[in-house]
Design a binder for this molecule. Sequence first.
Ligand code: C2O
Ligand code: CU
Ligand code: CU
Length: 476
Amino acid sequence: MERRSFLKASLAGGALAGGLGYYWYRQPGKNEFIAQTTDVQMLGEDYPNTSVWAFNDQIPGPLIRRKQGDTLAIRFTNRLPQPSTIHWHGIRLPNAMDGVPGITQAAVKSGEHFDYQFALPDAGTYWYHPHVATYEQIGRGLYGAIIVEERERIDVDEDILMVVSDIFLDKQGQIKDGFQSLHDAAHAGRLGNVILVNGQKARPKTMLRPGSRVRLRLINASSARIYRLKFHRVAPLIVAIDGHPCPVTAYKDTLYFSPGNRYDFIIDVPREEQTLMMLEDEFFPAMRNTLALFGTSNQSPLPARAPFQGLPPNAMMIEDHRNAEKITLTIEGGALSNKASRESIWLMNGKGNSHSHLDAHGNAPEPVFTVDQGCTVHCMIDNQTAWFHPMHFHGVVLRERQKDGRWGPAKDSTLVWPFEKQEIMFVAEAPGDWMIHCHVSEHHHSGLMGTFRVSNICRTTNPSKGSPTKAPATKT
Ligand code: C2O
Ligand code: CU
Ligand code: CU
C-alpha cells in the first residue's frame, strides 16, 4: 500500500477503534500541558512516524506567546511512564515555580498534575522542558518555546522561530534506547543522528520579501549538542542573547550555541532577487549540518529602513561590585580524568550531586554556597576537565567577564571551555535554593549539578527588593 493511503486508512481505523472517548482523553484543556507518549511525523511522509514523548502530542510542545508583564498559568499533567516537572528556562520567577524536583517541588508522578503560575517580567525568547531525567525526557521530545512580547511593538515584517534539537534514531525511525550510558555521560553527552528544526528533519526554503526586516529566534533545545552557527551570504545583527537584549552587534564569524541558549537576530533581507541565504552548524567542520535555508521571493522589494536600533532593555538588578562575594566553582571529572568514579563522573567543588538522591522533597543537598538576597556574586568557574560545559544558573541573569576585563551582556548560562576558566557575575535576586548545572544533560545527571542558596536576609543596596514579580530597578 502506498504510504499516504496507508496513513489515511490507519487514521480512520484508529478513530473507529478508539472512539470519541479516546479522542477526548487526549485533548488538553485550555492552558493544560499533558506530557505523554505519542507518535509524530518528523522524517517526512515516506517514513514511518516516530514514537516520542511530547507535550500535547506535538514537537516542539505548544508555543507559549504572551506579553511582558502577563501572568502564565499552566496545569502540567504527567502521563509519562516516569515522574516529571516543567522548568521555565531563563524566566525570573519565584523559587516555588522553578520546576526542580526535590528542591522546589516534589516530582509530579505519573497520573498526577501540578499547577504553575507566575508573572513574566522579561520580554524575549525562552523555553520550557522537564527537570527530571532530562537526558531522556528532552531526548524523547519534551521541550517547547516561550515568546514574551515586548510592551511596545517591534518594527519587523516577520518573526521566525527555530527550535533546534537533535534525536538519535534507528533505521526504522524510532528512538534508540540506551539513555545515560556511562560512555555518553563521561564524554560529550548523547548526540543525536538527526537534527530537527521545529520538530522536522526537512529544511524547506523560507521565502523572504526583498528589503523586509526579519526577526529570527533560535532556541537550542538539544539535550547535549553544542552547535557552531555560521551564516552564509547574510550577516545578521545579534540583538538578544538568552532572551535579554544586548547591544546591537554585527554577526562576524561564528557563534557557539550550547544547549539551553537562545539568540535573537535581525536580518535585513537583501533587496536584490535570487539570494540564497543559509545557516549551518559547523561545530564538527567535517560534518556540517544545514539548519536553515532562506530565499528571496519575487515580490517587489520593500524600501530600505533606518538601521535597527536595538530592543528595549529588560529591567536588571544593579550590581555592587565593591561588596561582591567571591566564589570559585571547580569542575573535575569526565573521561581522561582520574577524578571520575562510578558514584560520580563529574564533581563540582569536590562533590557530585544527582537528582535521584533528591527526589524526596525536603532532601535537598547542601548548597555549594549561600548568599544574602541582593548580593552581587563574582564566581570563577574553573573547568579542569577535557570537556565543554555550558553552565546554567537558575533564578539569576549573569554576565561573563570578557577578555578586555569588561562584563558582557546578560545571559543565563556560560560555555566554559576545556581546561579554561570563566568568571561570571550576577545579583542574587530571589530567595530560595537555585540550581547550577551543566546543560549537557548527561553531565547534569551524573554529578555536574548543585545549588546555591539565596537567604531572605536582604543585604541589598538595590532599591527594588529583588522580587522578580515586582519591577526591579532599571539599570541606567
Ligand atoms: Cu534548561 Cu536547569 O535548565
Ligand atoms: Cu533553567
Ligand atoms: Cu558538562
